[in-house]
Design a protein around this ligand. Structure first.
Ligand code: PLP
Length: 410
């Protein structure tokens, strides 16, 4: 729930800012832990790497899904164990591997990368437990494999198992599969999970040694637009438990992970901006807002995509574009009168359009507008350096300590 009084208070000091509400983060992590009792969760730090957000999620017992050396280190600073820190990204360098091999479980993304990890482990005279990311023989919706820049094709991986077993300094202990994000249909995820379980069983048989983890990637979505129906986590959790209870009889030492970012933090974030100027051009009323495309890019990207298509529901391109209206827009004004306006940003480009021809209460300069769904892929995606603008503040509303603004403390 948006705390309008707090937002207006903070807006006296900041012309644009993110507000992350820890209460929402805790509710979301609690719901996942409650509904999915047979699964452990990893927080996808790429979604929102604000240190207090990361700390808050990890304190709930989540492990780390890291996509870079820096994210591995953020997990380490928060005390996350090596086996609960999975480092998965394409194109890792030898240096990346050297820096992370002692503190994370590296997920190899290609055959070349397996050899690089073997080389680093040999130089360090160690045996590294690794996972392998697979591009499976099925897609998310059950069709055949799709060419992918991620992972190793399932068929190729099975073919090279004899060579893998020859490598003295690595031990394959887990599998990672991630095909897509933002699924709201529990049955689709249920089918996907059951395909993964079969794949893990087959791989374990083929390699002839026990796996310690199966990372099923993400997929768990959140409602972005008003038409979206929330994912039924109770149903999916129960279906997963049923699947796991059978699976675990045969593989008692296997940990099953689900990665998620947006589910945990997406709805915890609000982006707040102010009307800097108001003008009428050729009969159209423009409100010029502080730091929109450069502060919170997703609304402007949605406008851009929609301006190039006739389709009402173009295919998503996560995490940049989800749907036409991936947020709710709340104007904090008591004005009784309304008017049709176009919302734009304060950059020197005509591309920072946020919303066209919408009806809002009649706003004046300095009035405040809030965007919801700004906790995930928001600050981290936005080109804040563009035109050297003052950057939005990022404010954390802690359950115990109230408002914390890291920038103020520095
Ligand atoms: C491998 C992997 N895992 C997890 C995620 C996080 O997904 P989400 O934020 O949809 O939960 C992503 C997102 O791109 C990903 O690529």
């Amino acid at each position: 729930m948006l705390n309008k009084k707090l937002v207006l208070e903070l807006a006296k000091k900041h012309d644009s800012f993110y507000l992350y509400d820890e209460k929402v983060i805790v509710e979301n992590t609690e719901r996942l832990k409650h509904d999915f009792k047979h699964v452990d969760f990893l927080y996808s730090i790429k979604t929102n790497s604000h240190p207090l957000v990361v700390k808050s999620v990890l304190l709930q017992g989540f492990g780390v899904d890291a996509a870079s050396v820096a994210e591995v280190m953020l997990g380490k600073q928060n005390g996350v164990a090596k086996d609960k820190t999975q480092y998965s990204a394409p194109g890792k360098t030898k240096k990346d591997i050297e820096q992370t091999i002692d503190v994370s479980t590296i997920i190899a993304d290609s055959l070349n990368e397996i050899m690089l990890i073997q080389q680093v482990a040999q130089e360090k005279k160690m045996v590294a437990d690794i996972g392998i990311r697979i591009n499976p023989n099925f897609s998310f919706y059950g069709e055949d494999a799709i060419p992918s820049k991620f992972g190793i094709d399932e068929q190729l991986l099975f073919e090279v198992i004899p060579q893998l077993k020859q490598l003295k300094n690595i031990k394959v202990v887990g599998l990672h599969i991630h095909l897509r994000s933002q699924e709201l249909n529990a049955s689709v995820l249920e089918k996907y999970y059951s395909n993964l379980v079969i794949l893990a069983e087959n791989f374990q048989k083929a390699i002839g040694q026990p796996l310690t983890f199966l990372n099923m990637g993400s997929g768990i979505g959140i409602p972005f637009s008003a038409e979206d129906t929330p994912l039924d986590t109770v149903y999916l959790g129960a279906a997963t438990a049923k699947m796991m209870s059978q699976f675990r009889l045969r593989f008692p030492n296997l940990n099953v992970y689900i990665e998620t970012g947006r589910y945990v933090v997406g709805k915890s974030g609000f982006y707040v901006t102010k009307v800097l100027d108001k003008k009428v051009s050729c009969g159209k009323t423009f409100l010029i807002l502080k730091n929109t495309l450069n502060g919170f890019i997703r609304p402007s990207l949605a406008q851009l995509v929609m301006s190039y298509t006739e389709q009402k529901k173009p295919f998503a391109s996560e995490p940049l574009f989800t749907c036409a209206n991936p947020f709710e827009l709340i104007a904090l004004s008591d004005a009784a009168e309304t008017e049709e306006v176009t919302l734009v940003g304060n950059l020197c480009t005509a591309a920072d359009v946020v919303a066209k021809d919408i009806v809002l209460p009649k706003l004046q300069c300095q009035d405040v507008i809030v965007f919801t769904n700004a906790g995930s892929y928001a600050a981290v995606l936005s080109p804040m350096q563009f035109s050297s603008q003052e950057q939005p503040a990022q404010i954390f509303l802690s359950c115990k300590q109230g408002v914390i603004n890291i920038d103020d403390a520095e």
